[in-house]
Design a protein around this ligand. Sequence first.
Ligand code: BG6
Ligand code: MG
Length: 219
Amino acid sequence: MIKGLIFDLDGVITDTAEYHYLAWKSLAEKIGIEIDREFNEQLKGISRMESLELILERGGKADAYTDAEKEELATQKNEEYKESIKEITPKDILPGISELLKEAKEQKLGLVLASASKNGPAIMERLEIMDLFDGIVDPASLKAGKPDPEIFVRGAEMLGLSTRECVGLEDAEAGIQAINGADMFSVGVGSEEAMREADYAVADTADLNLQTILEKAGS
Ligand code: BG6
Ligand code: MG
């Protein structure tokens, strides 16, 4: 019986995945590295510093910067990102998500946010949906980020549920791997290719329907 939903944020609840991509692209260009959307799939779901490391590796610059310089580059990206999320309002909740959250509440399901983003709480406030959620897993408190299952295991614990009693929703390959690794039913949003490991996948958040998700999860 499914009693909880554990949500990723960027690319599932709101389209901030796009802003992350644009901010990384702009930072990468400044240091002479080209990135495209295909490469960006690997950046989804992983931490800020891990993303920077992958970009530097791609540009053959893995050893070109000191730790302090890397911190500075990551900060620059985050400053640009923060500019783009300043104006977010509840209108930026992706299609189908408000209905899904509302129905989940009506059915007394627990809701937890499991995002790798340190900007998560600020975005949730701007979207005015914090009240609906029972908690946010603090990504800074994790031993390992996605694709490690820890964040989803912690999400289930917050609800006092086993991972099998929860469904995880993700748009990142690393996120789907984390959900699967937690022995939780995984729902993917995105291309068939990127979501091939998901237990159930839809192309768009507008296609998410609580009843269907619960049925697919065997609830
Ligand atoms: C994830 C995004 O939700 O958060 C990643 O999918 C991002 O792209 C990560 O790098 C960390 O976000 P932040 O806001 O802490 O830099
Ligand atoms: Mg995401």
